[in-house]
Design a protein around this ligand. Structure first.
Ligand code: PMP
Length: 415
């Protein structure tokens, strides 16, 4: 039975017990960004179930979810139509000796929906897709240098991991860095790469952890496109995080700039494991020749879920709904911050909001805000952009704002 977060005491009994067991059999108890050491105080590490925009931890506490599984949940947890499509496919089998018909259907859906796409191919994780894009760009240009923005996240593989532990300098040998939205720095990196420029790889917008989010400027997007055209290189947009939340045709459609290749994952199958690369005809031959594959890349269930996700996203105009709910949250947070005399900065597209506190280098305020809001039933994040889903309605946002009010109170009381 669900117990409201507010009436529970602070002890995460089942969570604490699982952490202790995990510490013995999972290195560090948990890997990467989900390690408990990185979570604000009181945050659960383990979850039991989810429905719509609500998630429940292993201690039975329920929260309005503003992380949406770090992006994959676009239409809400356990969306009935998505799960029905997945189950119908699962009844026939998931993992065969090769793909099912659904792969061709899904590729056709993507080619019809994404203007730059003449073809699509499928993987499992975002890092599979970004890596495949880079490999295809190098194969198609027979060049090596790939330009990436300092601080942008493209996955946890050795060539792009934010950590250098266990990574060799050779893994990173042909990356050239520039600053996102800085045309002069992009052009300097292009010059640096010279006639070895294979690709410019950019995230849909600047969403580096812990700093204000930044939408790309038209000048920056056009400069990236022009530099690739002049050099015969590939413009790659990493849509893994933003894909389907801003614009179903691609996040740079509003800027009038199209990539040659794009990497998708997270939201495309509403929580089922799937990634995709879309590309134009210039890179079809290269995409044909490179050797990329994975044991689970043909899985039919995730592809069936993706077809249903794309269809519902198209039919219901998902980005506009997320935008409206994100604005409601943003306006409400701004009013509450004002009321409590706490200075915050809200940035990014409303569909993927970030709230940072002024004078908060050590994130003490951000963590206090999130911990207090969590106790009152809203699951926010202090440093990473958050995510709205189609399951968030006005009443959910208003309820979350009540929890946020407790968060602002906690910040005001910090000494
Ligand atoms: N690119 C971006 C922009 C991402 O946000 C992520 C995941 N957070 C990735 C790539 C890597 O995706 P995955 O973790 O599924 O490999």
């Amino acid at each position: 039975m669900t117990r409201p977060a507010s009436v529970l005491n602070e002890t995460l009994t089942a969570d604490a017990a699982l952490r202790a067991r995990a510490a013995r059999v999972v290195p560090g108890g948990m890997w990467g960004h989900l390690n408990a050491a990185r979570l604000p105080e009181g945050y659960p590490q383990f979850f039991a179930s989810a429905q719509g925009c609500r998630i429940r931890d292993v201690d039975g506490r329920e929260y309005i979810d503003f992380m949406c599984s770090w992006g994959p949940v676009l239409l809400g947890h356990r969306h009935p139509e998505i799960e029905a499509a997945a189950q119908a496919q699962a009844a026939l089998g998931d993992c065969f000796n090769g793909p099912g018909e659904v792969m061709v259907d899904l590729a056709e859906d993507l080619v019809a929906m994404v203007p730059h796409a003449d073809w699509a191919m499928f993987q499992k994780n975002g890092g599979d897709a970004t890596t495949a894009c880079v490999t295809i760009a190098r194969a198609g240009t027979t060049r090596r240098k790939v330009l990436v923005a300092r601080g942008s996240y493209h996955g946890a593989l050795p060539w792009c991991s934010p950590s250098l532990i266990g990574v060799t300098s050779e893994d990173r040998a042909h990356l050239v860095h520039f600053d996102y939205n800085d045309v002069a720095s992009l052009q300097a990196a292009v010059t640096d790469a010279g006639n070895d420029l294979a690709a410019i790889l950019v995230t849909a917008f600047r969403h580096d952890m812990g700093r204000d989010l930044e939408l790309p400027t038209v000048e920056f997007a056009q400069a990236a496109r022009a530099a690739c055209d002049a050099a015969g290189a590939a413009l790659i947009i990493d849509e893994v995080r933003a894909g389907l939340r801003l614009d179903l045709g691609g996040s740079w459609e509003a800027l009038g700039v199209r990539p040659d290749l794009a990497a998708w994952s997270k939201a495309i199958a509403n929580g089922h494991a799937l990634a995709a690369v879309t590309g134009n005809d210039r890179f079809r031959d290269a995409a044909t020749k490179v050797f990329v594959t994975g044991s689970f890349w043909c899985g039919t269930v995730a592809m069936a879920a993706a077809r249903a996700t794309l269809r519902i996203a198209r039919e219901t105009g998902v980005p506009a709904h997320l935008h409206a709910m994100g604005l409601r949250l943003r306006d409400g947070l701004a009013a509450l911050a004002d009321q409590h005399g706490v200075a915050i900065r809200q940035s990014g597209p409303p569909q993927m909001p970030l709230v940072l506190f002024d004078d908060d280098l050590d994130v003490r305020k951000g963590r206090a805000f999130c911990s207090a809001a969590l106790r009152h039933g809203a699951f926010f994040h202090p440093q990473h952009n958050m995510f709205l889903s189609a399951a968030h309605g006005p009443a959910d946002i208003d309820e979350a704002l009540e929890a946020a009010a407790q968060g602002f109170r906690a910040v005001r009381e910090l000494r």
